[in-house]
Every structure is written in C-alpha cells, then in structure tokens.
Design a protein. Structure first.
Length: 160
C-alpha cells in the first residue's frame, strides 16, 4: 500500500512539473503566416528572457488594447491573440541594436541598443499583426516561453 502511494505521489508531482513547464497553444489569426496557420497547435516551453535569441518564436501575454471604436475581442480575433496569449518572432533582445528600420514605433527611441527587460517581437505577416511595429518594446515579463514545435493536426477554424 505504501509503495502505491509513493508511486502515485511521484506521478502527480511529475504531471505538475510538466504542466508548469510546458503549454500547448492553438494559433489564432493570421499574424504568423506562413510559418504558423490558424488552428495549428504548438508546444511551448517556459523560458527565461535571458536565454532568448533573435529568430525564435515565442508566446507572450497578449495585447490589452484595441483601436479606437473597435471591440477588444474582435481585434484579438483578427490579429491572432487568443485568450491572453500571442505568438510572435523575436526580432531583438536586450543589448541588440534597436531595429529602427523594421520597427517604426522605435525610430525615435533614445539610445542605440534594446534596453534591459525589453523585447522587440514581430509577426511574420505584417499586414495582420499587432506587434512591436505599432507598440514598440514589449516588457520581458510578458514572456511565457519558446515554441518548440508544431503538434498534431491543425484544429478546424471556428465557423462564422
């Protein structure tokens, strides 16, 4: 009986650890086309901001604003921000040169390097992405983790 309790506790602890370290996110919207399509699911590993490199695809907590006259839920649906998460590609990390040419919102920022605690992230599909091009830096504390890979078959898009 004691052995079964120990095994059960070990399994529960293992499940808890995996759930804290990994997340499955369903891509919504077209901001990361062609690399990631709406309905595809990705496996994400919790990652500290200091280990990021430009080019990695990351999951962050979502944008909390909409354009004037636009409902937030509709804006999130259009731009691929699900209930709280966004998926973007890292363009620059702290210490990298500020990518002023690619990111209009950063053209007037002081200094020459991305400051500590800040990230520059971009969607692969600029016409359908709310990202650093419009919002400037994102704070590194919004980072959940790095996309490891796609998993399973794409989920069908919701019907309208």
């Amino acid at each position: 009986m004691t052995g079964a309790i120990v095994v059960l506790a070990a399994v529960a602890l293992g499940v808890f650890w995996v759930r804290r370290r990994y997340l499955v996110v369903t891509v919504q919207g077209e901001s990361m086309l062609p690399a990631y399509r709406p309905g595809e699911r990705v496996l994400v590993r919790r990652t500290p901001p200091g280990s990021l490199r430009p080019g990695q695809v990351v999951v962050l907590s979502g944008f909390a604003h909409a354009r004037p006259g636009e409902r937030l839920r509709e804006r999130r649906r259009q731009l691929g921000a699900g209930p709280g998460w966004i998926i973007k590609r890292v363009a620059a990390v702290p210490g990298d040169p500020i990518p002023r040419d690619a990111v209009p919102a950063l053209r007037t920022e002081p200094g020459t390097r991305v400051p500590a605690g800040r990230l520059v992230v971009l969607g692969d599909n600029p016409d359908h992405s709310l990202d650093s091009r419009q919002s400037g830096y994102l704070t590194a504390d919004r980072l959940f983790g790095v996309v490891l890979r796609k998993i399973g078959q794409p989920m069908s898009a919701p019907s309208r």
